[in-house]
Ligand binder design. Structure first.
Ligand code: PLP
Length: 459
């Protein structure tokens, strides 16, 4: 370790603690535990300012899909910034990268989705989706259709509206979010389903619950249903087989728009550029993307809508001539140029095929941890995985909050050179798609050692 770097880390950390507000952070713990200053990234490794190297098990925050430190993306950013760092896309203005990226997304998205609205992230893209759904039904002469169905444990973001869509109810405490707009149905938490139900019966139960909810709220008052194909921050919850298609069919039957929030799942994490149709046989009316769209190199989000929605919302009406929605950075040329380059890299370097080939190996290796006494469930798909820790495997009883089991394991893993994401009693893995067999083996080995070390702590 180099002393000069250590001083940099200390100096930065002091400035940070004094002035930077961190998202979703418990300040009581944070001020005593301190944290880590990340300084450099390379493929699936990251380095802190003290020169320590870690395997990045979470791709920054489910986003650095093509890996850290890509010179080709840095070059595009520099070239674009010196050409046209910014221009807006309001009215008749556009830029080459914005138009090119919109066309590219239309090419890779399901066939009916050909129109895209850009923003700077997932929350904004979800806000846009809901506003579009409302506007669409207003123009269609169905102004009562406004309510949204979301799910417990869903994560859709942190803006006022996106937070309301989010079904992690503990995060709502202390905020006065929008009342009576969003109605929630149960999370498709297969591991914690009622004990008497098989997985198939659990699926029937969830579908029946959604049907009942539609009837209770009234289809004529519901604009849309919003769903992540696999719930991410809520616990990497993989719905039971058949669930996606059946929820989509219910929406179709009741004239409810289906919004697929693919902020995490798109761009290769599940081995497909877009998962909704290719994997789950669902044709969303609105598709929401962010994170992997630019591999996190620059803030970018996108809301794609069907031809049918576009036709309606783009038709001027007297007194309501246009969809009054837009951001300074909608279609930012630099961000769109990065998005284009990112997709080009993914295609040229066959990232989806890599994830399809190696995903099952990752799943199997991770599953080998199931012999550990505190590992209750291992779930997920391909490069979106999770380990749920429990106190008692038979009863599935969880650890008390104060045990902070996942945080404990996180610290042990970090000491051994791996970053995982602790969420309650869960350890989330969503690494860069550059992860190879060696990285997977190292990741699973460190996780095993870290879980064992945490068990020792508890004796
Ligand atoms: N939707 C999903 C599924 C997410 O996982 C996230 C962020 O993690 C968001 C939306 C919000 O995205 P952002 O943080 O870019 O606003």
């Amino acid at each position: 370790m180099n002393t000069q770097e250590l001083n940099i880390s200390k100096e930065i950390w002091e400035k940070d603690q004094a002035h930077l507000i961190h998202p979703y952070t418990n300040y009581k713990k944070f001020n005593t535990e301190g944290s880590v200053v990340y300084a450099k990234g390379e493929k699936h490794w990251i380095f802190d300012a003290d020169g320590n190297k870690y395997l990045d098990g979470i791709a920054g925050l489910w986003c650095v899909n093509v890996g850290h430190g890509r010179e080709d993306i840095a070059e595009i950013m520099a070239a674009e910034a010196s050409k046209l760092a910014y221009y807006n896309t309001f009215e008749d203005a556009t830029s080459i990268p914005a138009a090119e990226l919109a066309a590219k997304l239309a090419e890779i998205a399901p066939e009916n989705l050909n129109h895209v609205f850009f923003g700077t992230g997932g929350s904004m893209a979800n806000d846009t989706a809901i506003k579009m759904a409302h506007y669409y039904f207003n123009l269609k002469g169905l102004p009562k259709k406004k309510k949204v169905i979301s799910r417990d444990l869903a994560y859709h973001g942190s803006t006022f509206l996106a937070h309301t869509l989010t079904g992690i109810h503990s995060t709502h405490i202390g905020f006065d979010l929008v009342k009576d707009l969003v109605h929630y149905v149960s999370a498709p938490y297969t591991y914690r389903r009622p004990a008497e139900l098989t997985e198939e019966e659990f699926c029937d139960f969830l579908i029946k619950e959604l049907e009942d909810k539609i009837n209770e709220v009234g289809a004529d008052e519901i604009a849309c249903f919003i769903a992540e194909p696999i719930l991410g921050a809520g616990g990497v919850l993989v719905p039971p087989k058949g669930y996606h298609k059946r929820t989509w069919e219910l929406c179709q039957k009741n004239d409810i728009l289906y919004i697929s929030d693919e902020v995490v799942t798109a761009f290769g994490r599940l081995g497909e550029m877009i998962a909704s149709e290719s994997i789950y046989d669902v044709k969303p009316d609105i598709l929401v993307m962010a994170k992997g769209i630019s591999s996190g190199y620059i803030p970018l989000g996108a809301t794609m809508i069907s031809d049918e929605i576009f036709e309606v919302i783009s038709q001027p009406k007297e007194g309501n001539p246009y969809f009054s929605h837009g951001f300074t950075y909608s279609g930012h040329p630099l961000a769109c140029a990065v998005g284009l380059k990112n997709i080009e890299i993914m295609e040229n370097e066959h990232f989806c095929e890599h994830v399809q080939n190696l995903g099952p190996y990752f799943e199997t290796q991770l599953a080998s941890l199931s012999d550990l006494p505190i590992v209750g469930d291992i779930r997920g798909s391909k490069f979106m995985l999770c380990v749920e820790c429990v106190k008692d495997k038979n009863t599935k009883e969880g650890f008390a909050d104060e045990v902070t089991i996942a945080k404990r394991i996180y610290y042990h893993a970090k000491e051994r050179g791996l970053i995982v994401r602790p969420l309650g009693s869960l350890l989330v893995l969503s690494p860069p798609l550059t992860f190879d067999k060696d990285a997977i083996d190292e990741c699973v080995y460190i996780l095993r050692e870290s879980i064992l070390a945490s068990m020792e702590d508890l004796i």
